[in-house]
Design a protein around this ligand. Structure first.
Ligand code: HEM
Length: 413
């Protein structure tokens, strides 16, 4: 059943600090009202039901091109009201995640082979070496911020390695990504848009120089795949640059949340951590459960290309739809005891990687990184516990990630 309950705007609630801190109670209360909701004040549709999200996310009638969103950034009114936002969104537009149909397949097709699970599996030694280096730097352990020392640097280094980017670029890429990721958030200020625009220009200039250097000195990495597609005309210059910028952002920010949020869940439920220590075959399941329980991305968007019937609602063409993944992943119609964190969960159809044509291209890589990150940490330290309050970032709505995760690590003699 769809719901439209009077004046309360879900959109305002979603931006509340209390909701950002702990969204799950509210999400369940909303889901109990129905799997699909039209929020009249914001003119958006929210999907909370797992089965309904699956149907919608997998349908070719639902795209990701926000230029088709009738009241969105590309509408004449919005363009006049906020030219800076229009310019920003126009600049980031030419990439696979922002286009529909044949254009999407053309761009995604460039990378699909390189992201196959078998190709990704070959990266395990490289990821293990990076994890090991970070753990070496922790020495005997003690108290430290797990995000700063491990969860954040590991995925960034890994994605940079895919594109042959040297480690002295980690810091600028981290900074540009942090500024850029705000553009996609719903609580962006005009000042942050200006910062994002400056970061985007620097980021694009760097990526352009990377592509030009590689063209002069070819190699055998994902960067070469991108350059070849550009040379053959499969990707335009703008598309080559923006797909790479976006991959560098998407490829690390989300995986930081997988490792950070995942460890927090394990520390909040120490009996689950014990189970994992006792049986490492549970690690792949623990990675899935971490993503279900505390997904790093809270919202997955679609824009209706055609009218789309779901539950007892018809979502009209041009409407913006947001899948609220925190609800979708805890839908009691699909998950047994959904609020229980269970590393041994047998059926786990979460949607943290989205679904359908746009399913995360890097899912196999992220899963592998998660497995290696947890295994290497457990191998190195016998004792892992919270050493203070874990702080959620409150400045972002779309992404749910930790600012700080203080832990105490120790080894037996
Ligand atoms: C835990 C880590 C990750 C999460 C939670 C995540 C999540 C997502 C989500 C939700 C989408 C959109 C799916 C949809 O709309 O249905 C997506 C798309 C994408 N992701 Fe990831 N991602 C992760 C890691 C990565 C990594 C490591 C890479 C690459 C290095 C990557 C590259 C991409 C790309 C290129 C797309 C666009 C796919 C398309 O448009 O067809 N992601 N991801």
């Amino acid at each position: 059943m769809s719901t439209d309950i009077g004046q309360e705007s879900w959109w305002s609630t979603i931006k509340d600090e209390a909701f950002i801190r702990e969204p799950y109670g509210q999400l369940r209360a909303w889901l109990d009202q129905g799997p699909v909701h039209y929020d009249a004040p914001s003119d958006m549709y929210f999907v909370l039901g797992n089965r309904e999200f699956a149907k919608l996310a997998r349908s070719p009638k639902m795209g990701r091109d926000t230029r088709l969103w009738r009241n969105g950034w590309a509408s004449p009114e919005a363009r006049e009201q906020n030219p800076l936002a229009y310019q920003l969104f126009s600049e980031i537009q030419p990439q696979m995640i922002n286009v529909n149909g044949a254009d999407h397949q053309r761009m995604r097709g460039v990378f699909e082979e390189a992201f196959r699970p078998a190709a990704i599996a070959a990266m395990a030694p490289m990821i293990e070496a990076e994890a090991s280096q970070l753990l070496d730097a922790m020495g005997e352990g003690g108290e430290l911020d797990f995000i700063r020392e491990y969860a954040a640097p590991l995925p960034l280094r890994v994605v940079c390695k895919l594109f042959d980017i040297p480690s002295d670029m980690d810091e600028p890429i981290r900074r540009w990504s942090a500024a850029m990721i705000r553009v996609l958030d719903v609580i962006t200020t005009q000042e942050q848009r200006l910062e994002a625009m400056a970061a985007l220009q620097e980021f694009k200039a760097y990526v352009r120089s990377l592509i030009a250097e590689r063209r002069a000195r070819p190699g055998n990495t994902m960067l070469d795949i991108l350059v070849a597609a550009n040379d053959q005309g499969t990707l335009s210059d703008d598309e080559a640059v923006m797909n790479l910028v976006s991959m560098l952002i998407a490829g690390h920010e989300t995986t930081v949340s997988l490792i950070g949020n995942g460890l927090l869940s394990l520390l909040r439920y120490p009996e689950q951590l014990q189970r994992l220590r006792a049986n490492r075959e549970l690690v792949p399941g623990a990675v899935e459960e971490s993503m279900r329980f505390e997904p790093g991305g809270n919202m997955i968007l679609r824009v209706a290309i055609e009218d789309f019937p779901v539950a007892d609602t018809v979502i009209p063409a041009g409407a913006l739809v947001l899948g609220l993944i925190g609800a979708v992943n805890r839908d009691p119609a699909v998950f047994e005891d959904p609020d229980r964190f269970d590393v041994g969960r047998s059926s786990n159809p979460h949607f943290t990687f989205g679904a359908g044509a746009y399913t995360c291209l890097g899912a196999a890589l992220a899963r592998l990184e998660g497995k290696i990150a947890f295994n290497a940490l457990l191998d190195r330290f016998d004792h892992i516990e919270l050493a203070g309050e874990a702080l959620w970032r409150l400045d972002r709505v779309n992404a749910r990630s930790l600012q700080c995760l203080p832990v105490r690590l120790g080894r037996s003699a």
